[in-house]
Design a protein around this ligand. Structure first.
Ligand code: 3PY
Ligand code: MG
Length: 252
């Protein structure tokens, strides 16, 4: 069974950096795959992906050292099983709000006896001929804490065995707290409370980073799973640079 390099770093207390892929572009995914990042994540919750482009992207990533991950559209065993069977080496599960949600995510990702994932998927042989027996400890599972309800239950959610990482969704959390679009001490304190809980539980922590400044700040705060941008945000940054370099030639 191949070792999951992202899990190895998390378990060694090291940070990992990746790219969020939402455009559904296999060309951009290929660029990301060769950029030297720890991981690249196919976002099937909010991104523009088809089954075919998911498969192609996982095929591209499988020829590189960038660990292929995916965010599932919802906490559903069939969707999670399909992404893993297609070759994702781990999943991020959104909106995990209760201990039962967390148990459902673990059961979907782990084979028996730890869970109830069903065996199948010809692409899995690339990970090793012993995949069905040896995959459980190598498949990355992050659960997303991104609601007020989940905040209140974070300790019981994150103490479910089989979870590798707590991943904070700062935008949904802000929307749910009613603080979206404004600086908020309550939002900052909520994130700090998750930092404290994860430290106590020895649970690696990640967060969606909208800016590179944010990546530095979260790294210093002890976060271990961060995106350095998304395929779309990097493209938009490039466009903004062009506008700044050619003032007056392009509409503001
Ligand atoms: C959020 O901020 O809510 C996210 O899900 C980030 O991807
Ligand atoms: Mg979210």
């Amino acid at each position: 069974m191949r070792k999951n390099a992202v899990l190895a770093k998390l378990r060694a207390g090291q940070p990992t950096y990746g790219l969020w892929l939402g455009t559904g572009s296999t060309l951009l995914a290929e660029e990301a795959a060769h950029a030297g990042l720890d991981w690249a994540l196919i976002d099937t919750q909010h991104g523009y992906w088809s089954n075919e482009t998911i498969l192609s992207t996982l095929q591209i990533l499988s020829h590189t050292e960038t660990v292929p991950l995916a965010r599932v559209a919802e906490n559903d065993p069939a969707l999670i099983g399909r992404l893993l069977d297609t070759g994702a080496f781990g999943v991020v599960v959104p909106m995990v709000n209760t201990r039962e949600d967390a148990q459902r995510a673990v059961a979907s990702v782990r084979y028996p006896p730890q869970g109830s994932r069903s065996a199948g998927g010809s692409r899995l042989q690339q990970f090793g001929s012993d995949y069905f027996l040896a995959a459980n400890p190598e498949i990355f599972l992050a659960v997303m804490i991104e609601t007020v309800q989940a905040l209140g239950k974070a300790e019981e959610i994150l103490s479910v065995p089989g979870i590798d990482c707590c991943f904070i969704g700062p935008t949904d959390l802000a929307l749910d707290m009613g603080t979206f679009g404004q600086p908020s001490d309550r939002h900052t304190a909520a994130i700090q409370s998750l930092v404290d809980i994860c430290k106590r539980l020895g649970m690696p922590l990640g967060i969606y980073c909208p800016t590179l400044e944010n990546v530095h700040q979260r790294t210093a705060q002890g976060f271990q799973f961060m995106n350095v941008g998304s395929d779309m945000s990097l493209f938009q940054r490039g466009l903004n640079e062009v506008k700044q370099e050619l003032p007056g030639l392009i509409r503001p």
